[in-house]
Design a binder for this molecule. Sequence first.
Ligand code: URA
Length: 407
Amino acid sequence: MVCHRASDRFALLYRLLWRISRGERHLLENPADSDAMRAVRYAKAVDRDVYRMHAYVRFARCEMEGAELFATWHEPQHRILRLATPFFVNRFNNMDWLIATPDGTAAWREKRLTFGPPAARPPKVDDNVLDGLWTAYYRTTFNPARLRVSAMMAQMPKRHWATMPETASIRGLVRNAGKRVTDMNACSPEPPPAYAERLAKRMAAVEEPAGKVEPLDALRREVEACRLCPLHAPATQAVFGEGPRESDLMFVGEQPGDHEDLEGRPFVGPAGQVFDRALADAGIDRSKVYVTNAVKHFKFEMRGKRRVHSKPSEGEVAKCRFWLQREIALVKPKLIVALGATAALGLTGRRLAVTRDRGLVVPFNSISLLVTVHPSYLLRLPDQNAAEAEYGRFVEDLKAAQSWCGA
Ligand code: URA
């Protein structure tokens, strides 16, 4: 935010810090606070500008003090040179380069980064190879059917065009876009791979193990190839449980979320962070307990580009019970902790009133069961005091589970 060019940025920052130091700890999350929202707006504008710098800088070969150097001129909207430069150090570590801006220069020479005062625009050597590559890249990725000139101009402001060789071809591409779309429509479409074909690919990806396999690993492989319900199709992968092969204590959540789906591990996203903190506060070592979910695939709906969690239906939970029961039979826990109503449903086949029945150890088949809230419930509580009190109760439930197991 301090990189923003607005003249009131330091006054605003001072005010925010003062208020935070006076106890408004969650000030920046308050959408009704004008200071907080202005700060967020400034920070976003700076982030956007950094993104543009990373995307639109085009180095050109040039000569400086007798040596070949890759140089560029860039006009950022905000004072972001120092903020944006580490990206170029990482990306172009093996070449010498210079980025000149109206606010100053950044130079990477002989593996040393220096910042200097503003310099003149570096002289560019005509470079047909580099310029040609950028232009060819742009022409091949330009999709005339998706053309929205106003969005394009907002995304790639004109002040950057002078240093981007590919922009010379924009006018022609825009002019011909209509005709290209008509021509494309006239071609017959290429059908997407059939559903069965996609499935076959996924099944083939589940490797055949060599030699003797741990029963839990064998079960994991079966779950990875599961198609008992349609949730497997849009999900990245099945998320199987993790933990020691035989654990006294087993935790069951609802279903993997966005992070878990991408990483392939349970409870690694925001709810997982709350869960980890509560385990630590209850004195439970996560590596010594088994953690899994009632449903093994992420169920979501798309909102724009975001995958938003969607609650699994009773039918989906019932289908996945097949896996959960086999997992329990192998892990042989003394006590299972159901995190939330869906976990309790997956385990017992019944809808339980979590807030009424929580914290009590009850017999469950030949094992025992303790029901408590789901960690994401704690994340949703808007009132700070209520959230803290509920978190405390959650930790108490975990402690009760731990002491029941005799740990
Ligand atoms: N919520 C769950 O119930 N399980 C996970 O693994 C992550 C979030």
